[in-house]
Design a protein. Structure first.
Length: 367
C-alpha cells in the first residue's frame, strides 16, 4: 500500500508496475471513480498486467473538465505519473476544482506497454502522437524519410565513423531543421522505423476515444494537459499548443497559459509539427465542446542526445539478436533520456505542472 509522503519526489516511481499501484491507491484514497482498460494482447516487462487507468474526481456529467494524461510516449510516463500522483495528494488544488465545479479526469499510462518495456513507441512500434489521424483518407506522405532512414538506423550500433559522416553530409546539404523534420514529423511506410504512425488506429487510440466518449460527453469546455518529456532545456516545461491552426484557438491558449505558449505549426516550438497527436481526437469525439489542449514538455538531455538514444532503441527492435548487455544499456539510456531520476528535476516538474493546472482551472472558470 502506498503511504503518502511530504517529500514531493516520493510521488515518482521506478517501474510502470510501481507507478500503477501508487496511482490506483491514491485514487482510491481520494474516492475517485476508477476504471481500468486492460491491454489484452501483451504483458509487462515484469509479467504484470498492462492497462490504461482512469480516475475521475467530480461529476461525470460536469460541463467543465480538466483532463491530464501521462505516458503517451512510454517512459515519459515516469514524469507524468509523478505529476498525476502529486495532484491526487494536493488537497488545496482539488478543493479549488470542487468549488469551481470542474471535474478532474486523470488518464494514467496512455501507452502502458511502452511505459513498462521502456520503449517510446507502443507494442506495435507505433508512435501514438502520429497515430491519431483519419485512416479513411490517404496516409500522410513523408517522402524525405526514406532517404534519411539508412542514416539514422545504420546496420550496426553504435554507428561507425562512416555512418556519422554520411548523416553529417546530409545535414550539411539540407540543414538541421529539414533533417529533424524528415526524421520526426511522422512516417507511415516503415513499420520498424522511427516515428512510425501505423496504418490503423492503435489499441491506445481506440481506448482514448472510448474514454472521451464516456467521460467527456457532457463537457462544454475541456482543458487537456498531456505531459511529455525529452525536448527543450533541462527541467523547463515548455507549453506546446498542439491544437488546430486557428487564430481564435491559439488566442485562447495564450489567454489561459500566457505568452510563452508555442505552436509547432508556427515554427517556434521545441516540437516538430507532427501528424496525429493524441489530443487531436478531442475535436472528433467532443465536437460541440470548446477544446484547450496543451502538451507540457519537460526537457531532459540535449535534443541530439535524446534522438541518438531513440535511434538506438529503434535499432534494437530491429536486432533482437543483440547481446543482452547491449540491450540493457540501450534500454537504460532510453529511460534516462525521458526521466531524470533526481530530486531537482522532479521538483521542477511538480512546481511547473501545478502552475499550469491552476492556470487551466482559471481558464475553465472564466469560460
Amino acid at each position: 500500500m502506498y503511504t503518502p509522503s511530504t517529500a514531493a519526489t516520493r510521488h515518482f516511481s521506478g517501474t510502470y508496475a510501481e507507478a500503477r499501484a501508487k496511482f490506483l491507491d491514491a485514487a482510491a484514497m481520494r474516492g475517485a471513480a476508477v476504471e481500468s482498460f486492460v491491454l489484452p494482447t501483451h504483458r509487462g516487462a515484469l509479467g504484470e498486467e498492462l492497462a490504461t487507468d482512469v480516475a475521475l474526481i467530480g461529476a461525470r456529467d460536469a460541463k467543465k473538465l480538466l483532463l491530464v494524461t501521462s505516458g503517451t510516449h512510454g517512459p515519459e510516463g515516469f514524469c507524468g505519473s509523478g505529476a498525476q500522483l502529486a495532484t491526487l495528494h494536493d488537497a488545496d488544488l482539488l478543493g479549488r476544482l470542487h468549488q469551481a465545479g470542474v471535474a478532474l479526469l486523470l488518464v494514467h499510462a496512455v501507452n502502458p506497454h511502452g511505459f513498462s518495456h521502456l520503449h517510446r513507441t507502443n507494442e506495435d512500434n507505433i508512435d501514438l502522437n502520429r497515430n491519431h489521424i483519419d485512416f479513411g483518407a490517404p496516409l500522410p506522405v513523408n517522402a524525405e524519410y526514406a532517404e534519411v532512414e539508412p542514416l539514422v538506423l545504420p546496420a550496426s550500433w553504435p554507428p561507425t565513423a562512416a555512418d556519422d559522416a554520411a548523416m553529417a553530409a546530409y545535414i550539411e546539404k539540407h540543414g538541421m531543421r529539414a533533417f529533424r523534420a524528415a526524421v520526426t514529423r511522422g512516417q507511415y511506410s516503415s513499420p520498424d522505423g522511427l516515428f512510425y504512425g501505423g496504418t490503423a488506429p492503435s489499441w491506445s487510440n481506440r481506448t482514448m476515444r472510448a474514454i472521451l466518449r464516456s467521460y467527456a460527453a457532457s463537457a462544454t469546455h475541456i482543458g487537456w494537459i498531456d505531459i511529455h518529456t525529452g525536448l527543450g532545456p533541462y527541467g523547463h516545461g515548455e507549453k506546446i499548443y498542439p491544437g488546430r491552426n486557428a487564430p481564435a484557438d491559439l488566442a485562447q491558449a495564450h489567454a489561459w497559459w500566457g505568452a510563452d505558449v508555442f505552436a509547432p505549426f508556427a515554427g517556434d516550438s521545441a516540437s516538430a509539427d507532427v501528424s496525429g497527436p493524441v489530443v487531436s481526437i478531442a475535436y472528433d469525439e467532443c465536437p460541440d465542446a470548446s477544446i484547450a489542449p496543451m502538451g507540457l514538455e519537460f526537457g531532459t538531455l540535449p535534443d541530439s542526445e535524446v534522438l541518438t538514444r531513440l535511434r538506438a532503441d529503434t535499432w534494437l527492435r530491429r536486432h533482437p539478436e543483440a547481446p543482452e548487455a547491449q540491450k540493457r544499456e540501450i534500454r537504460q539510456q532510453l529511460r534516462d533520456a525521458f526521466y531524470c531520476d533526481n530530486d531537482e528535476w522532479k521538483g521542477m516538474v511538480l512546481g511547473q505542472t501545478r502552475v499550469v493546472l491552476l492556470q487551466t482551472l482559471q481558464g475553465l472558470k472564466k469560460a
